[in-house]
Design a protein around this ligand. Sequence first.
Ligand code: SAM
Ligand code: SF4
Length: 476
Amino acid sequence: MAEQIKEWTSAKMLGEDRQGEVYSDTLEKDSTQKHFYIESYGCAMNFSDSEIVASILQKEGFGSTASIHEADLILINTCSIREKAEDTVRLRLREFDKVKQENPGTLVGVLGCMAERLKTKLLEEEKLVDMVVGPDAYRDLPKLIRTAEDGDKGVNVFLSREETYADISPVRLDSNGVTAFISIMRGCDNMCSFCVVPFTRGRERSRDPFSIVAEASDLFNKGYREVTLLGQNVDSYRWSSPDGEHQVSFADLLRMVAEVHPDLRVRFSTSHPKDITDDVLFAIRDYENICKYIHLPVQSGNSRILKLMNRTYDRAWYMQKVRRIYEIIPDCAISSDMIAGFCTETEEEHQDTLSMMKFAGYSMSYMFYYSERPGTLAERKYEDDIPLEVKKRRLNEIIQLQQEISKFHNSRDLGKTFKVLIEGDSRKSKDDFRGRNSQNKMIVFPKVAGFKPGDYVFVKVTDASSATLLGNIVTL
Ligand code: SAM
Ligand code: SF4
């Protein structure tokens, strides 16, 4: 049980297998070039940002390396969402320190949310760090590197109201060549009381929709077949033309990206229950290539706790949203995030979260126990009074229930045939492919000659566990 809890409490919006992922291109190393090494943690947004950083550095003449020992510049793109995420980064810094001692002159930069949260304090606490760069300051990296090369510390943690990196064409970190992230907005204006994101990523701003469509078209032309539109709260995406004449909502943007090509799948994350509109649901219903899957984090199933969390909806409102989604898109899968043991949560209130999970029938969830974060509203206003063992026990109950619900959800797919986008080889066997259906479920199936990653196939489901579906390619 302890191991399971460890696994789930550290799970992020991206799978645990991608935490600490290192970027490197496959180009032959040019010995005259300097090389950067970048390691990324946290949510999809951070991984997307690392692609922007890689692009900025390559324009500066840097090559990339997957070996920390070959690097002239070591970067770590960090997450602050829970205490454990920061602990992981601190441990990595100890490793970087050893490398720095072996190779004096190597520069170490901390990027992302932890850089923003701790600012110059990070330089005091971690003497090996040469640069501290917040999420809105990546364009400044070349200058900060020069400052650090001159022996000074390079710091820029300025949070912008405009920066969207719209004109920077990201270098793709995810090398499967089939699926890619596109950032459509930055920051968050929501102020959920438990969350550090508004402090580390600043005010919400939406990116020019035409640059988003251009990026999606470019990806399609390069062979990509799925894009995930990213933002902390995609449903509040709103762009106005400079003359104020044209407005683009998230539903409009979804349609614009879906029109790029019928073979380009469109996903998005994350939706806030208070902001997702019927118009968004109609767009999902009306376009075959907009995936029938909504990540709709509930956080808690109890209205009093939701109020303390400042989520701005209550249990009844959330349930109505779920009903509406299934009414408009009957084959939609919904997933969620849950926090166990938020300040003052009683056993009955925890039971409300369990009953909400049953009501919504989540296909999967990201589940955490509450981790108090310095500077947040909750840290200032409420006592973190639920003992750790109670938090862990409640979390474990949530996890057990989700496994049962996921198993049931998947068992309903037995015998059904889905259109699946092949993403690559199965992790367990080179004889099998893995891919996802529109509902974001992973399906593993034996390879058939003539098909390759990036192709669509129809797969009939023959077996199901709580995590994966198994099947065979069929012709319709
Ligand atoms: N913007 C998204 C939303 O509103 O759902 C996701 C934000 S956050 C990067 C991802 C998840 O981390 C949250 O949905 C929440 O469940 C969890 N989380 C955030 N702060 C937390 C905290 N202090 N303790 C435990 N989990 C937390
Ligand atoms: Fe954090 Fe809430 Fe914003 Fe999500 S919506 S990033 S949980 S403040």
